[in-house]
Design a protein around this ligand. Structure first.
Ligand SMILES: *[C@@H]1O[C@H](CO)[C@@H](O)[C@H](O)[C@H]1NC(C)=O
Length: 131
């Protein structure tokens, strides 16, 4: 019985490592460098299936008023590292709507209002991240 429980726990942990949004307190790139934020293409109504799809790393101090075309208006979930804050704009060159996210996990950008009727899903076109 103990073995089965241990196995189950191990499986759950493994699952967590793969699927859950990364922990803001330990947000790092593949080479253990501290990240300011990480942005993801997809989100899901299942929390543990958010932060999926393609992603990219944002380093402390990164100022990107013009995102590569491929990434413009494509972010659906994100994580901001501990002690950092991420400001995003809905239009390139820091125009349009603006929103600041502090450290934490944003599972669904759709839940964050943009203006009167919109939301931030697939709406980020530029950003600035600082720690
Ligand atoms: C975000 O927007 C894209 C494109 O409109 C859509 O395919 C996706 O389902 C949306 N995500 C959510 C969580 O609504």
């Amino acid at each position: 019985m103990k073995g089965v429980i241990a196995l189950l726990l191990a499986a759950l942990c493994f699952e967590g490592l793969n699927a859950e949004c990364p922990n803001p307190a330990t947000l790092k790139d593949d080479y253990e460098s501290k990240l300011c934020a990480q942005m993801f293409e997809d989100s899901s109504y299942y929390y543990d299936e958010s932060c999926t799809g393609s992603f990219f790393y944002v380093y402390p101090g990164e100022d990107t008023p013009i995102m590569p075309r491929a990434w413009e208006d494509r972010i659906s979930s994100l994580v901001v590292g501990r002690g950092c804050s991420l400001t995003v704009w809905s239009k390139t060159k820091k125009q349009g709507y603006k929103k600041k996210f502090s450290a934490g996990i944003v599972y669904h950008l759709k839940e964050y209002k943009k203006g009167l009727l919109g939301n931030w899903n697939n709406s980020i076109s530029g950003y600035y991240c600082t720690c």
